[in-house]
Design a binder for this molecule. Structure first.
Ligand code: LLP
Length: 483
């Protein structure tokens, strides 16, 4: 088994992931009254809010590349030449962020892609991911999606039930092709994450339980239109301890070895899924910004190097090529969502800061009670700290971005940055309350460009040409009447 040089991994990989965050405050004493301004790489975030309006997603190209390179180089370090196979690689879980420009960056770095719908498959192909590095996941692939994926000659389907396997076989047979399949097993492991993003327990809908999974492998082997190439396991998301990964790795490898012994089935790859947790607290720091008290989890949080050190030696024992499918770890901290303060109000219990962004742009706080750091883009010495709830404009009590946060006083017009919004931010955005989806900007050093336009209000409202014409006359008339 490959011996890891722990110090090498720690020195070379950990700093990339944990310390080189591309969103930082820069002190600006001369520019009174600001004491500090938040930057994405070399671009001031408040400038982008002024130029493009809010809500606005801002991405750091450098951060995306660093995250990906850290992940893939860690895997490369851990590759064991003693084992045969096509080599380990990172397959980006597109569901985290499907902006085509973000995907192009990763495709150009040599990443594979893990997709879960026809839409994600098309974006992955258009972004330049080679079909032989695309896997298709999900519990409910439709016949049309299966056909499309076969026509695109993807690397493999990650199959989640015997029923699905039979349908893939039928479709492949009708098309006169062989479908490559990988069976997703459910190891019955508790990922100890939020219950809505834990997938590895028997009570979850994902995968086939280990007891009946061999049946699926045997079925696949005995059908000419199927070629069984791998095994897949993914136990959940935002996992912050190593233990669940270790348990899942051990039981999957034990399964692979037993399968080989008992049935003679040999596989090419083991896809270990994604799920690596990232730091959401104290992502940006400044003496004028009160640190989050819970934020020192940073010290005990397992690093990527430690994750790889813990699981790769186990996975390598399968003798298979290893695929990892991270989503969040690649894109989450590469983006901040900007919103502008509309109003503030207080009652005897609390103070609310109402901003122009909310659950329509970032549903994670509402859906998973997720923590995202909120930080003003400008820090000024004279603003005293206070405890506030940051809420959005949407008509739901669950429309909050942050609760009970100690922040410098925020006033109408101030811009706030909601950090680590790059994974499951835009992809989970909605048009609720008929709000257009926000624009996305990619920063590269001191340059920046729009990588997706803000949605057009009339399109979002579903107006026909005549509706538009009518509304325009109505809006103009009203204005004239007011005037
Ligand atoms: N592979 C499979 C099969 C998956 O289902 C997922 C995520 C991933 C890989 C990538 O997991 P990651 O590395 O991003 O944790 N919306 C939730 C997360 C849902 C994750 C769904 N599956 C959130 O905002 O926390």
């Amino acid at each position: 088994m490959l011996e890891f040089d722990r110090t090498r991994i720690k020195k070379t990989i950990m700093p990339d992931v944990l310390d080189q965050h591309q969103f930082r405050y820069r002190d600006n004493e001369a520019d009174a009254p600001s004491a500090a301004e938040l930057y994405c790489e070399d671009v001031k975030l408040s400038t982008l809010a002024d130029e493009f309006g809010t809500p606005l997603y801002v991405y750091s190209k450098r951060q995306i590349l660093e995250n990906f390179r850290a992940f893939s180089s860690t895997l490369a370090l851990a590759k064991d030449p003693k084992y045969p196979g096509i080599g380990h690689y990172v397959s980006y879980a597109a569901k985290a962020n499907t902006n085509i420009e973000v995907m192009k960056l990763l495709a150009a770095e040599g990443a594979g892609a893990d997709v879960v719908s026809a839409g994600e498959l098309l974006v992955a192909l258009a972004a330049g991911f080679p079909a032989e590095k695309i896997t298709f996941d999900g519990t409910g692939k439709t016949d049309k999606e299966i056909e499309l994926a076969l026509r695109a000659h993807i690397h493999a389907f990650n199959v989640e039930s015997l029923d699905e396997l039979k349908v893939i076989n039928e479709i492949a047979e009708q098309m006169g092709v062989r479908a490559k399949v990988s069976i997703r097993v459910n190891p019955d492991v508790d990922a100890k994450s939020h219950p809505y993003i834990s997938t590895g327990l028997r009570e979850n809908k994902f995968g086939i339980d280990m007891e009946s999974a061999s049946e699926a492998f045997i079925y696949a082997r005995s059908h000419r239109s199927l070629e069984v190439v791998g095994i897949h396991v993914h136990i959940g998301s935002q996992i912050t301890t190593l233990d669940p990964f270790i348990k899942a790795a051990k039981s999957t490898v034990a399964f692979v070895n037993k399968l080989r012994l008992e049935t003679g089935i040999t596989l090419e790859h083991l896809n270990f899924g994604g799920g690596q947790g990232i730091h959401y607290r104290n992502v940006v720091r400044h003496p004028l910004l009160a640190p989050d008290e819970m934020g020192d989890e940073k010290d005990v949080f397992p690093s990527l190097g430690e994750f790889v050190h813990a699981v790769l030696p186990i996975l390598n024992k399968s003798g298979l090529s290893i695929i990892m499918e991270p989503g969040r770890a690649i894109v989450a901290n590469s983006c901040t969502l900007l919103g502008r303060v509309l109003y503030t109000k207080s009652n005897s219990l609390k103070k609310f800061v109402i901003v122009d962004t909310g659950m329509t742009e970032l549903i994670r706080p509402c859906l998973y009670d997720a923590y995202h750091q909120v930080a003003p883009t400008s820090l000024a010495k004279e603003r005293a700290n206070e405890v506030v709830d940051i809420v959005g404009p949407i008509c739901e009590t669950s429309d909050f971005l942050a609760q009970k946060r100690t922040l410098p006083e925020l006033r109408r017009g101030d811009v706030v940055a909601i950090l680590c919004a790059g994974a499951y931010g835009y992809t989970l955005a909605s048009n609720y309350n008929l709000r257009p989806r926000a624009a996305e900007i990619l920063v590269d050093g001191s340059e920046y460009r729009v990588i997706r336009e803000r949605e057009n209000l009339e399109d979002v409202a579903g107006l026909t040409e005549s509706d538009r014409a009518l509304v325009r006359t109505l809006v103009t008339e009203t204005r004239e009447n007011v005037g």
